[in-house]
Each structure stands twice: as C-alpha cells, then as structure tokens.
Design a protein around this ligand. Structure first.
Ligand code: ATP
Ligand code: MN
Length: 154
C-alpha cells in the first residue's frame, strides 16, 4: 500500500515525532523513506540577496555554511533514526516556498504518504496547524499524515 514515504522536516520536535510514524509505516510496508528540507527562499531573501537565493533555488548552498548545517542536521536526524531502526533514508535539499516544493516533490517522486508535524519551528502553538502543513494539505491530493505534538486540552 505504501511504497514511498516523504518526511519533510524543519528539524523541529513536531517533525521529529512525524519521523517516528513515517518509520513505523516504512517498517511495516517495507517502503522507501525520503526526507526533505526546504530553505524558505522568501524568508532568507532579505538577508542574503538575490544571487545567493538563486543559488539556493538550484540546490547549491555554497558558502552558506549556517543554512547548510541546519538543513543537514534536520535531515541527518531522520537518517540516523532510520539507521537505528534498519530503514534506509534518502536525504534531499531544495530551495523555494516550502509547501510548494513539498507538493512538487511528492508528485515527482510519486510518494504514497507525506508524514509531517502539525507545527514546526516558527509558529504559534495555539494555531491548529502551521502554515506549511495547512498549505501542503491544500496543494496535494496525496495522503498526508499530520502528527500533532500539542498537549490535548480537557
Ligand atoms: P508557521 O511556519 O506557519 O509559522 P510552524 O512553524 O509552527 O508555523 P509549519 O512550518 O507549518 O509550522 O511546520 C509544520 C511541519 O511542516 C513541520 O513539522 C515539518 O514537517 C514541515 N516543514 C515546515 N517547514 C519546513 C521546511 N522548511 N522544510 C521541510 N519541511 C518543513
Ligand atoms: Mn514554520
């Protein structure tokens, strides 16, 4: 049923919870796991300038050590957890608008399931969903597993 699972990650705790569920699915269905970190080019445009942003869009971080380190830390975590559990993980880096890049990636790789956090690094917890997750849900017809890390209110 599931052959390819995509875990978009921004390195947040919520994304890390989604990683465990993605690995559960992968173990059970013997699926491939792809993890994707997107550098939000709108967010870095102000500080980096257009030339560097163009480089990021084409997947080259060159000389942007801090960005690259953050990206590698986020996806490297998924690979490590996969290794602990005997699941192979392929790491991917892209630049652009996160939700659009995630939705396009899901098409290009024909993924069966996108597993992601309800929230991420940058948002406000009282929102039901972070904007990246909300927009992914609007932009794809692929199945999305949203892992909620908030405390449940009673
Ligand atoms: P907002 O971004 O709206 O301020 P937030 O940061 O709390 O709110 P999102 O950014 O929507 O929430 O994050 C939800 C999930 O989306 C994360 O757990 C992660 O799975 C994924 N995600 C968010 N940003 C990225 C990114 N840059 N690259 C890859 N995946 C991402
Ligand atoms: Mn965010």
């Amino acid at each position: 049923m599931y052959e390819r699972v995509l875990v978009p990650t921004d390195g947040s705790d919520a994304a890390e919870l989604a990683v465990e569920e993605a690995l559960d699915v992968a173990e059970k269905f013997d699926a491939e796991v792809h993890t994707l970190y997107v550098v939000d080019t709108d967010a870095v445009e102000m500080s980096l300038g257009t030339e560097q942003v163009d480089r990021i869009r084409s997947g080259r971080f060159g000389e942007m050590d801090e960005l690259e380190a953050r990206a590698r830390e986020a996806t490297g975590y998924v690979t490590e957890r996969g290794r602990d559990r005997g699941v192979a993980v392929e790491e991917h880096f892209r630049g652009g608008r996160p939700h659009a890049v995630i939705a396009d990636f899901a098409e290009d790789y024909d993924v069966d399931l996108i597993a992601m956090g309800s929230h991420g690094r940058t948002g406000i917890r009282r929102m039901l969903l972070g904007s990246v997750t909300e927009r992914v849900l609007r932009s794809t017809h692929r199945s999305v597993l949203v892992v909620d890390e908030r405390e449940v209110e009673s």
